[in-house]
Design a protein around this ligand. Structure first.
Ligand code: ATP
Ligand code: MG
Ligand code: MG
Ligand code: MG
Length: 439
């Protein structure tokens, strides 16, 4: 992409309404624009990152054997009356009436709708195990939308639902989700710690939240510092293996890590003092096992091996796709701007032409652009007629992992400069070597 043909409305001033760094940088880098309280337009750069996050979530869900579908944003109230949640859910639910006087709502979550889909088609235990998920916009009329996309009212969520014959099978689905989430967050350059949590209006007994440690997080968390040493890495895992998934679940959840809702002073104080941590975190996902809470009232039963009908055991599992963008920036930035982890960066590298209009510099930039593109990478070429300082500031703000700086002086010696956004280190090398470095 050439910057002169792109739409990147960078702001010079720091917007006064933004209280936390991710919100400030997303506004300044022209990634989002507020449409109304807690509702945002995703401008091209923000949209690009959102799609990359979404893609990672899809890939890891599919790897775990979960099946994508798409349910609508608007739901009929009747299903929610069946589960009893139409009245229980409260003020966060946006209720809408159509011209025929029918009650609709903008889905805050989809347990009812997915249970209805399931019961309409599945009648035998032979179709199990089954996990269906979608990535769809949700609406929750949050009392205090704030921090930009972090606590929006309209937000993008991945929500998945498992259907199993027994509690044991459903707990395997729970563990499988935990493993897939660990992989998902790590691919985004994030450490998200599973913590024992409280189930809230979804209901159920077993639940873990995934928290990214950050001072601006809204949750208070208590943990054993040893949990921050755990990484999933690139281990090979067989998602069908009950034992493997259970072992990883155990590894990542045995050490003390809880949110304030489930915090237990006595257990916490049993941890050696130097490892006790009280901090703040951003909730980027949550997994639940809730058994037959929806299948029973809604009649989602299958015929078991003995021919008798049994209500299926279910769980639901969410990832805050749009919130993740804020969480990633909170975890990865400096005073000049965002530092994108490679996994979610909107462009692989920037090309800065120090002297736009200079024949050699222009040709070298075009050449780099063509070769990077041919190598399957997406460069952002700053081809504006602007001072070098202004171009560098834009690149630093939007945080691409690599910057290639091209100027007439370097070209005389056959070199360009490659700068890592994360370390700030620069190195001169031939254009060919620069391409090899970035690949
Ligand atoms: P919170 O405690 O932050 O209100 P929640 O527990 O109500 O979140 P869940 O029902 O667990 O949310 O939804 C799954 C995920 O969706 C959350 O872990 C979070 O990452 C994301 N999410 C929830 N509410 C919002 C929101 N208002 N804006 C952006 N993302 C959200
Ligand atoms: Mg909430
Ligand atoms: Mg919560
Ligand atoms: Mg939650």
């Amino acid at each position: 992409m050439r910057l002169t043909r792109y739409f990147l409305p960078v702001l010079k001033e720091t917007p006064a309404e933004a209280q936390i760094v991710s919100h400030r940088y997303m506004l300044r880098a022209g990634m989002i624009k507020q449409a109304s309280a807690g509702i945002y337009s995703w401008l091209p750069l923000g949209y690009k990152v959102l799609k990359r996050i979404e893609q990672i979530v899809h890939e890891e869900q599919i790897r775990a054997g979960h099946i994508p579908l798409l349910m609508p944003t608007l739901q009929g109230a009747d299903l929610w009356r069946e589960s009893g949640r139409y009245d229980d859910y409260g003020e966060e639910m946006l209720r809408i009436t159509d011209r025929g006087g029918r009650d609709l709502l903008y889905g805050p979550t989809n347990e009812e709708m997915i249970t209805d889909i399931f019961r309409s088609y599945v009648s035998s235990y032979k179709a199990l195990p089954l996990t269906l998920y979608h990535i769809q916009w949700k609406f929750r009329d949050e009392i205090r939308p704030r921090f930009g996309v972090m606590r929006g009212r309209e937000f993008l969520m991945k929500d998945g639902y498992n259907f199993d014959l027994t509690k044991e099978d459903a707990l395997h689905a729970y563990n499988r989700h935990l493993v897939s989430y660990l992989r998902t967050y790590e691919r985004m350059g994030l450490q998200a710690i599973p913590m024992r949590a409280d189930s809230g209006p979804i209901g159920g007994d077993d639940t873990h939240e995934f928290l990214v440690l950050a001072e601006t997080g809204e949750s208070e968390v208590f943990y054993d510092s040893a949990v921050t040493d755990l990484t999933f890495g690139d281990r090979d895992i067989d998602y069908d293996s009950v034992d493997q998934c259970a072992a990883i679940m155990e590894e990542f959840t045995t050490k003390y890590a809880r949110t304030d809702e489930t915090h237990d002073e006595a257990l916490f104080n049993a941890i050696p003092e130097e490892r006790r941590r009280v901090a703040r975190g951003i909730e980027v996902g949550q997994i639940f096992y809730f058994g037959t809470k929806y299948s029973e009232p809604m009649g989602a039963t299958v015929q078991g091996p003995d021919g008798k009908p049994v209500p299926v055991h279910m769980g639901s599992h969410g990832i805050g796709v749009s919130r993740l963008m804020g969480a990633i920036i909170e975890a990865s930035h400096d005073d000049k701007g965002i530092i994108w982890p490679e996994g979610v960066t909107p462009f692989h590298c920037g090309i800065v032409n120090l002297k736009q209009g200079d024949g050699d510099a222009d040709a070298a930039c075009e050449n780099l652009y063509a070769q990077l593109t041919a190598a399957g990478l997406e460069p952002l070429y700053d081809d504006r007629e602007e001072r070098a300082g202004g171009k560098f500031a834009t690149m630093d703000l939007i945080g691409l992992p690599w910057r290639i700086t091209v100027g007439p002086r370097g070209l005389k010696n056959g070199v360009v400069e490659v700068t890592s956004r994360r370390t700030g280190e620069s190195e001169e090398m031939s254009p060919e070597a620069a391409i090899a470095r970035i690949r």
